[in-house]
Design a protein around this ligand. Sequence first.
Ligand SMILES: CCCCCCCCCCCCC[C@H](O)CC(=O)SCCNC(=O)CCNC(=O)[C@H](O)C(C)(C)COP(=O)(O)OP(=O)(O)OC[C@H]1O[C@@H](n2cnc3c(N)ncnc32)[C@H](O)[C@@H]1OP(=O)(O)O
Length: 258
Amino acid sequence: MTYNTILTEVDGKVAVITLNRPQVLNALNDELMDELGTALLGFDANDNIGCIIITGSDKAFAAGADIATMAKYGFGDVYRGDFISRNWEEIKKVRKPVIAAVSGYALGGGCELAMMCDTIMAADSAKFAQPEVKLGIVPGAGGTQRLPRAVSKAKAMDLALTGRMMDAAEAERSGLVARIFPQSDLLKEVKAIAKTIADMPLLTAMMVKEAINAAYETTLSEGIHFERRLFHACFATNDQKEGMAAFIEKRAAKFTNS
Ligand SMILES: CCCCCCCCCCCCC[C@H](O)CC(=O)SCCNC(=O)CCNC(=O)[C@H](O)C(C)(C)COP(=O)(O)OP(=O)(O)OC[C@H]1O[C@@H](n2cnc3c(N)ncnc32)[C@H](O)[C@@H]1OP(=O)(O)O
């Protein structure tokens, strides 16, 4: 499928979606979010794909929502058009692991998009911010809710009230980013991580993702209960039998995703 604002690539069992509005540092507009959702759900439905990467350019993962677009809108436009809610939730429907590979700017909606992914791997050039306050708006795509859960209330307040940028090292120290790589190695390294994940039993990897994401949505005891039932369910899979037999027989497992 061809798109106007993204590029897609398949590398073995790994799908790569590259945001592609370089002239505006990958600023996010409605067309891009529609196309991103279509690509994500397409790869999620593809049995040959085990892990999905979203990335941008060296200079920008995404410099936020398209300000030139937003500047034209009033309350009626965004409220009646249900902007953001209309097409941002697609990524939450994706059941396979999604990795954000961030180089350069991840600002505003760019940081929010990265936080909607299951994990964030960053280049040493990465810079994260929620600078919306400087534009007279609050973050509108989950930044005020996901950032404090990722880095603490104190750090989230600092970032969202000052609009300052946080570099990759601070982002990793704060827990927003899982790992940092030299910019020139980012995509190679993240593809290797994604291949490792895609080589895991798919049903189990999907259950791991679902269980961890549930922690953001429920109480500890409910989350433990949910995890326990998934743990019990694993014992109905061939992959649990194969995984444990392979360990005992000291050989590589041959998972069948069943
Ligand atoms: C409600 C309706 C939304 C419509 C779309 C709905 C779906 C997607 C949006 C969902 C998210 C909304 C909620 C979110 O919380 C809100 C935001 O994200 S607000 C925006 C936050 N981002 C910023 O404030 C960053 C703005 N950019 C900068 O500060 C600087 O560009 C930079 C990143 C520090 C880089 O500076 P420089 O290196 O000097 O480069 P330039 O500034 O010259 O930029 C080059 C070129 O790119 C254009 N550009 C950069 N950022 C944006 C942007 N966010 N929107 C539009 N265009 C952008 C810049 O204008 C230059 O273009 P040129 O002048 O060369 O034509």
